[in-house]
Design a protein around this ligand. Structure first.
Ligand code: KIV
Length: 268
């Protein structure tokens, strides 16, 4: 068997060209990143969803650059083959170009990741262009961008009306021209995602955007069935880990209370 090669941004573009689907998932800690890398996932995203699933917040807005760096440094230790992308948190790249460069530069330099991800279209095009020019690969993110939840006011599907659909399509083109190597499309109609994917050369990575994206991403805790209360249509539970974990905890508690753990062979 040939040894798996490190995934690069160029390789992802070639995968789209060759019709090979891209599998992406999120990680926030060493062990999960190790499992993902060993399983052969193409992209590991240190997502700012850590604000939800690790920190227990309702939105991603309060996550800081320092927190992203803390988790990304841990993930980096476990990643050898996957392309590692780190989310730039809310207000770390929106103030001005200088601040965006400083924060994205810090994330790249301090974590050793391969790329950063920024939410938005036309309004961040100049920043993307500059980051790419100085050597920072950028993944875009369009559709239901969670950092704009206070503008949207709801988590419903974006791009269902023709005006917004056109805007998302234009934004995808603009991000491609600005130099993004890939774009996440979140919670938009499958037909729109299909159109966008066919209109650009860089791969689209869908989450709730249907089968015609060039790749798929899910929050790892969601697909493992750990986030029981969060079950939108686009999340498939590939495992029901919440139930398994709780059963194990209850079993442990019972064994301790019944004086059955540890047994002789588990003692010195
Ligand atoms: O932060 C995140 O985990 C993400 C994915 C859901 C795409 O942006």
């Amino acid at each position: 068997m040939t040894e798996r090669k490190k995934i690069t941004t160029k390789k992802l573009i070639n995968m789209k060209k060759g019709g090979e689907k891209i599998a992406a998932l999120t990680a926030y800690d060493f062990l999960m990143a190790k499992f993902l890398d060993e399983a052969g996932v193409d992209i590991i995203l240190v997502g700012d969803t850590l604000g939800n699933v690790v920190q227990g917040n309702l939105t991603t807005l309060t996550v800081t650059v320092d927190e992203m760096i803390y988790h990304a440094k841990i993930v980096k230790k476990a990643v050898s083959k996957a392309l590692m992308v780190v989310d730039m948190p809310f207000m770390s790249y929106q103030v001005d170009l200088q601040e965006a460069v400083r924060n994205c530069g810090r994330v790249m330099k301090e974590t050793g990741c391969d790329a950063v991800k920024l939410e938005g279209g036309e309004r961040i095009a100049e920043i993307v262009q500059h980051l790419v020019k100085i050597g920072i690969p950028v993944m875009g993110h369009l559709g239901l961008t969670p950092q704009s939840i206070n503008i949207f006011g709801t988590y419903i599907t974006r791009g269902t009306d023709p005006k917004e659909a056109r805007q998302i399509q234009n934004d995808a083109k603009i991000l491609e021209q600005a130099g993004c190597f890939s774009i996440v499309l979140e919670k938009i109609p499958s037909a729109l995602a299909k159109k966008i994917s066919a209109s650009i050369k860089i791969p689209t990575i869908g989450i709730g955007a249907g089968i015609n994206c060039d790749g798929q991403i899910l929050v790892t805790y969601d697909m493992l069935g750990m986030t029981e209360e969060f079950h939108p249509r686009f999340v498939r539970h590939f495992l029901n880990l919440a139930g398994e974990i709780k059963t194990a905890f209850k079993y442990y508690i019972k064994e301790v209370k019944d004086r059955k753990f540890p047994n002789k062979s588990e003692s010195y």
